[in-house]
Design a protein around this ligand. Structure first.
Ligand SMILES: [Zn+2]
Length: 229
């Protein structure tokens, strides 16, 4: 069985194919896609298998809009919360000392970098606990919002601009050299521009689920994009 990347037409080595989930990834263009339609015996060209709704997702109909909500919460956040409590607690203790004893200016200035890190991490942790991503597909536009805590990555795209949606894999490296994979959904606009819609998903199924829901709602036919890369 030979699997071909629908985006760049590259051949996918067997190591990048997951038979259980029917999801493959392309090392050449980092696309992530379902390949059930390429399996001999299946019909309907370019029709992806419908991915089951992953945990943390909900899909509702809001008026004439399709609303897809993704909750950020994960158990890993508790480790981050634990760290924040210690980090911030130490800073509170430090500054309480510095201000009560009329300490030298250096004692106030020295931990400013630590204070910045503390504020940043605390914000990220709080957002992880309370935030959700709202993907709203209307008849004429697609919008992405992260609420309630402000977060970069809000999007508003006109339906007519969207040529295609696709999923890709992003490989990151941690400090100890091991690699982490996250998945994102991107839109390919008319004119060839790529816009990131949702990123930081930890499973390919989540990205494919978003892609399929929006594509079927907006009536975007999923077909290969020639010369995309
Ligand atoms: Zn490819």
């Amino acid at each position: 069985m030979k699997i071909e990347c629908p985006h760049c037409r590259g051949e996918i080595p067997s190591g990048d194919i997951n038979i259980q989930t029917c999801i493959a990834k392309c090392a050449r263009c980092s696309a992530v896609f379902g390949f059930a339609e390429q399996v001999p015996g299946s019909q309907a060209p370019y029709r992806k298998p419908q991915v089951d709704m992953p945990a943390k997702f909900s899909v509702t109909q809001d008026g004439s809009d399709l609303l897809l909500v993704y909750r950020w919460f994960s158990l890993g956040l508790f480790a981050l919360l634990f760290f924040c409590v210690f980090w911030d607690g130490f800073l509170v203790f430090w500054y309480a000392m510095a201000f009560s004893k009329k300490a030298p200016l250096l004692m106030v200035l020295f931990p400013l970098g630590h204070l910045g890190v503390g504020v940043f991490l605390t914000y990220v942790t709080a957002a992880g606990f309370v935030n959700r991503t709202f993907v709203r597909a209307g008849t004429d536009r697609l919008s992405i919002r992260h609420l309630p805590l402000p977060w970069p990555g809000q999007r508003e795209i006109s339906r007519t601009e969207i040529e295609q949606l696709f999923c890709s894999e992003k490989i990151g490296r941690t400090r100890n050299g091991s690699s982490t994979a996250s998945y994102q959904v991107e839109a390919l606009l008319r004119g060839g521009k790529r816009v990131k819609l949702v990123s930081g998903l930890d499973k390919p199924e989540q990205a494919l689920f978003i892609e399929q829901k929006i594509e079927s709602y907006l009536g975007i036919a999923d077909r290969p994009v020639a010369g995309e890369m």
